[in-house]
Design a protein around this ligand. Structure first.
Ligand code: F6R
Ligand code: MG
Ligand code: MG
Length: 365
């Protein structure tokens, strides 16, 4: 049996109204185009959306960074852009930063998370998709899932993962990467990934080399050189049998953490776990939200999905997120609701600064 690859590729190619949600016609078109490739390039596929992001979930046997698979995703986004333009949807084609496909979709605008693995006897996979935040949003959850025994008792009591995990971290500004081993380098890992705007966990492996998690790390503004919205990220996590259980994987989402993104990609706000039916951004263009679809992978087939946050067990965190949203919203345009100046450089603020920049005078004393 060849290895199975899961490719989750996403882009915002237009939404309604404003940046709220993806139009059903885009979802239909994308699913149709992927279905046509099942039994050819792909084994299986599933299309969904989180807020204004169109999410393509694909399985195949061609490994990560496969040109044909990336080209397929690119073509799907291009076709959906055509529909978005015909409906005058908002931000039609917004994440398609290049004029043409050039071998790998990374760096062209869309976000990509992929992993290739040998299927176990039974292989549960959870796919997380977020809107109105950036890739660093996963850092907290990946730490909790794979390195915090208060979240994941399996780290303490399952011999299969007692040795811990390896975290690969990308420095998205300097374009370099590093690996940290847990539990022995936990404090060093945290010293790095606590700075979510710059350091982003890309992969997690068990120490015997089994791939456990993979995320998208694309930063649109760094690619485009200007503000083009946030880089709403995706993440793939494998579960069970010597990896954290499905329940341990979703447990940290019961904590309402504050992430960067939300309105104009310029505000801190709570990341709310929601069912797919609630994956529509409204209040203040948000609040930031995350969905999770669970599948069993069976010879590449996507058995599922289960809508993991469609559960009253997450009602309390949702309500706490709403309270936090009220709390930070009261601060209006003031930090720390508004992002710090360093992060605001990647928004539309520099355009305003230009307007009054020449009026500054030196203070003589
Ligand atoms: C956040 C986002 C929105 C827009 C906002 C203004 O990622 O996409 O909050 O930034 O709706 O959009 P424009 O400037 O296009 O009117
Ligand atoms: Mg949008
Ligand atoms: Mg989005």
């Amino acid at each position: 049996m060849p290895k199975t690859t899961i490719s989750v590729i996403k882009a915002d190619v237009g939404s309604y109204p404003g940046h709220s949600r993806t139009h059903p016609k885009l979802l239909e078109k994308a699913q149709k185009l992927l279905k046509e490739q099942e039994g050819k390039l792909l084994i299986d596929s599933f299309v969904t959306h989180c807020g204004d992001d169109l999410e393509l979930i694909m399985t195949h046997t061609h490994g990560v960074d496969n040109k044909a698979v990336h080209k397929l995703a690119w073509d799907v986004f291009m076709e959906c852009t055509k529909i978005a333009k015909s409906l005058k949807l908002y931000g039609a084609g917004q994440d398609m930063l290049a004029d043409a496909f050039s071998g790998n979709i990374k760096g062209l605008g869309p976000g990509v998370a992929e992993m290739e693995f040998e299927e176990r006897g039974s292989d549960p996979v959870l796919i997380f998709m977020a809107d109105k935040t950036g890739p660093g949003a996963w850092n907290f959850f990946l730490y909790k899932i794979f390195a915090d025994p208060f979240n994941t008792p399996g780290l303490v009591i399952d011999p299969g993962m007692h040795d811990g995990f390896i975290f690969e971290v990308y420095d998205v500004l300097e374009k370099r990467k590093i690996q940290f081993r847990t539990p022995e380098e936990t404090y060093t890992l945290l010293s790095c990934i606590g700075a979510c705007s710059r350091y982003v966990v890309k992969h997690v492996w068990r120490k015997d080399g089994v791939i456990a998690a993979s995320t998208s790390t694309e930063k649109l503004n760094l690619i485009a050189g200007r503000y083009v919205g946030k880089d709403d990220p995706v993440m793939i996590v494998r579960a069970q049998s010597g990896l954290p259980s499905a329940g341990e994987v979703v447990e940290p989402f019961c904590t309402p953490i504050i992430v960067a993104g939300w309105m104009r990609g310029s505000h801190h706000g709570p990341l709310m776990p929601v069912a797919v039916c609630d994956a529509n951004c409204t209040r203040f263009d948000g609040p930031p939200r995350v969905i999770c679809l669970g599948f069993q992978i069976s010879n590449g087939e996507l058995v599922g999905p289960a809508d993991m946050f469609d559960d009253p067990a997450f009602d309390r965190v949702r309500s706490r997120c709403n309270e936090l949203a009220d709390f930070v919203r009261d601060q209006g345009p003031f930090e720390p609701h508004r992002l710090s100046l360093g992060e605001m450089e990647y928004t539309t603020l520099p355009g305003i600064e230009k307007k009054f920049g020449k009026r500054w005078e030196n203070i003589s004393e």
